[in-house]
Ligand binder design. Structure first.
Ligand code: NAP
Length: 302
């Protein structure tokens, strides 16, 4: 069997087109656009490249976009003041602080200072609580788990009654996606198991999964014989396993691999995400969706 490929790059384009159309309509009817501020502290190349991609996407969608590039030496107090400035700015609907922050700044304090109604990353404890309650309470599902759920739904995979096994229990992927899939409602209603490093017999759990979501950060962790024939496999892992020269740019680029042995797994699974080009492109897409949602909540049109 050769699995159907669930391509994040294609789903991203579908969703971005939907967002752009909605932004245009709201602008025409209500005279407002979503506003997103990205706060970058320091000059880490990885952070700069993530923020640049977010800015590019926001611009493409017609958002108002503000970049706050701050020096590595900014004090915690000044960073908090900057966040408060945007908490009070009605033209801003999403505040994004690029992590990691320098060591002298307490990440938790900074993230908790963001107005939960502008927390489009969905990391504020109030939004984590809303996600746990589910249903209408949910405002901003965290972006990577929201992207995973969207891919499963758009690939036409039945979630109701499905056995979902999540490998990994991090706060940004494993725990929230498990929580989302167990909720009552469309795209969910699943029976969920979460496994981690203390789980006895990882293989036996994976073998039961109709939907296997792997977010461990261990290349090749999931063996092909752990996959139930016909299962949907979502590989969240992004692991650098080497370097190569890009044919396009002639520059050195990382060779990436997921947590699943893709070549063998695709012969057993019913559908599977590739790495790269699977879950990766969905995160920024869902960040844009959350920013649009934030505007709609504010306008009372959500
Ligand atoms: P994390 O915080 O390091 O958590 C990894 C989880 O996997 C932990 O719960 C850990 O268990 C579990 N785990 C690790 N090795 C395991 C093993 N051998 N057997 C069973 N469980 C194991 O990682 P994360 O932030 O969730 O990210 C996971 C992967 O997804 C990484 O490769 C990351 O780069 C990728 N990622 C991709 C995107 C994207 O594409 N947009 C976004 C976020 C993350 P314990 O809790 O017991 O230690």
């Amino acid at each position: 069997m050769t699995a159907k490929l669930i391509k994040g790059t294609e789903i991203r384009e579908e969703i971005l087109e939907e967002i752009a159309a909605e932004v245009k309509e709201i602008k025409e009817k209500n005279g407002v656009v979503p506003g997103l501020v990205t706060i970058l502290v320091g000059e880490s190349p990885a952070s700069i490249s993530y923020v640049t991609l977010k800015i590019k996407t926001a611009n493409r969608l017609g958002f108002k976009e503000i970049q706050e590039n701050q020096p590595e030496t900014i004090s915690e107090e000044d960073l908090l003041a900057l966040i408060n400035k945007y908490n009070d700015d009605d033209s801003i609907h999403g505040i994004l602080v690029q992590l990691p922050l320098p060591k002298h700044i307490d990440d938790k304090k900074i993230l908790n200072a963001i107005d939960p109604d502008k927390d489009v990353d969905g990391f504020h404890p109030i939004n984590v609580g809303r996600l746990m309650i589910g249903g209408d309470e949910v405002k901003f599902p965290p972006c990577t788990p929201a992207g995973i759920q969207e891919m499963i739904v758009r690939a036409g995979v039945e979630t109701s009654g499905a056995e979902v096994v999540v490998v990994g229990r991090s706060n940004i992927v494993g725990k929230p996606i498990a929580n989302m899939m167990v909720q009552k409602g469309p795209g969910a209603n699943s029976t969920v198991t979460v496994v981690h490093t203390r789980t006895r017999d990882l293989a036996s759990h994976c073998k039961r999964a109709d939907i296997l979501i792997v977010a461990a950060g261990v290349p090749g962790l999931v063996k092909p014989e752990w996959i139930k024939p016909g299962a949907c496999v979502i590989d969240v892992g992004v692991n650098r396993i080497g370097e190569k020269i890009s044919e396009k740019t002639g520059k050195k680029i990382a060779i990436l691999s997921g947590d699943v042995d893709f070549d063998a797994a695709k012969e057993i699974a019913g559908s599977i995400t590739p790495v790269p080009g699977g879950v990766g492109p969905m995160t920024i897409t869902m960040l844009m969706k959350n920013t649009l949602k934030s505007l709609k909540f504010r306008q009372g049109i959500a």
